[in-house]
Ligand binder design. Structure first.
Ligand SMILES: [Zn+2]
Length: 398
């Protein structure tokens, strides 16, 4: 097995709290386990050693980071990449005053059904490559633009080529040609049977205009019976009982969490369910941002993800999400990076990624900056100078 020593790292963010970290403004609570003047040794696909460059062991090859920062690869725990077409004109209409509603999904459903398997595959491949070039090394991909037995199953089969974390979201919206009752029967019956072999998770869009909390409960229960684990889209557009349901069921994560009552916040703190915030959605829809500060201060575990999708948020940039989390949701820079890496991994119940420590998968991002702070400090600037995924360089190292 070939080993690689990455040295000359001015600042290494490990997410490993066993490193004491510097005594300055970069990470006052020690969340990131920063190591200055650091080195990392990769052995094959895993991390073998982490510490000060001055005591690094020898390796087969050496890469000099040249005084730049290294962070863990982003773990984007919420995306909808399997689709065809785009909705740029809907975006333009929204920016000139028309409101966002859940119904726009149907436009993408028609385009997705009309696409061939090959077209879907190449479209997802292009988006995954776009994400990887920006530092995302792990991701979740949902179905939800097929909404027939055949189209949901093939969407998940496509997604499975790119990640183990595939999510069956047949309950995205009720198609125009059926009733809610009949559609829930389909989702919990033949569609689930066809989707389950290709999925790890099951998800429901629990919202006015989509599925109510009783329907969500029934769909999640059917998924559990078929070996899938539950997640939820909830409380995105208005207050509702979705977040309470997620906490009651002990789901690993509930996503959006834009409109939360005090009871919702305390339920999340008590259950340990991660609130995955998707600030690119609020940015792209001009909606108010979720109150990340209140969640964190109440002891809720918070992740951030892209929600990359053609309707409400077509960004694949986790760096943009970090900048928005810091500037618009009052997260500290350290909280935002941790939420986009270690907490993204936790939201997928993964312990092999999101941390730079011995034994973890060698997923690292080299930044063209001396500190991770530049992700929020220099919004919109492309700062990724290199990416290692499973120990392999997958984006240019310059
Ligand atoms: Zn979503």
């Amino acid at each position: 097995m070939t080993s690689v020593l990455i040295t000359g790292i001015r600042e290494l963010a490990t997410n490993d709290a066993t490193h004491p970290g510097p005594d300055d403004h970069r990470d006052p609570t020690g969340l990131l386990g920063l190591v200055d003047n650091a080195a990392v040794v990769l052995e094959g696909s895993t991390i073998a050693w982490v510490g000060p460059a001055s005591s690094a062991p020898a390796a087969d090859t050496v890469y000099d980071a040249g005084g730049r920062a290294v962070i863990p690869g982003y773990v984007d725990s919420h995306s909808h990449l399997v689709f065809s077409g785009d909705r740029a004109q809907e975006f333009a209409a929204r920016m000139t005053g028309e409101p966002y509603s859940a119904g726009g999904i149907r436009t993408t459903v028609a385009d997705t059904r009309a696409a061939s398997d090959e077209q879907l595959m190449s479209h997802v491949a292009r988006l995954v490559a776009e994400m990887r070039a920006q530092g995302t090394t792990s991701l979740e991909i949902k179905s939800g633009y097929g909404l027939t037995v055949h189209d949901e199953a093939r969407s998940l089969a496509v997604a499975r080529h790119f990640t183990e974390d595939t999510t069956f979201l047949g309950a995205h919206v009720v198609p125009a040609d059926t009733t809610p009752e009949d559609y829930v029967d389909l989702v919990t019956g033949p569609m689930l049977t066809a989707a389950a072999p290709h999925a790890r998770w099951i998800d429901v869009f629990c919202e006015d205009g989509a599925f109510d909390v009783d329907q969500a409960r029934a769909i999640l229960a059917a998924g559990t019976d078929n070996g899938l684990r539950g997640r939820l889209h909830a409380n995105q557009l208005t207050y509702g009982a979705g977040v309470q349901l997620a906490a009651e069921l002990g789901l690993v994560a509930v996503d959006h969490c834009t409109y939360l009552a005090d009871d919702d916040v305390s339920a999340l703190a008590d259950s340990g369910t991660i609130a995955t915030l998707l600030p690119g959605v609020e940015f792209s829809t001009r909606h108010p941002y979720p109150d990340a500060r209140a969640l964190i201060d109440a002891g809720v575990r918070v992740a951030i993800a892209s929600d990359c999708n053609p309707g409400s948020c077509f960004t694949s940039s986790m760096a943009l999400c970090i900048a928005l989390a810091v500037r618009e949701m009052r997260m500290s820079p350290a909280e935002a990076l941790h939420a986009a890496t270690a907490m993204g991994a936790a939201a997928l119940d993964r312990d092999d990624v999101g941390v730079i420590a011995p034994g973890k998968r060698a997923d690292l991002v080299l930044l063209d900056a001396p500190s991770y702070l530049h992700l929020a400090y220099r919004p919109g600037v492309p700062l990724v100078a290199g990416v290692w995924q499973g120990g392999r360089p997958v984006a240019p190292l310059v």
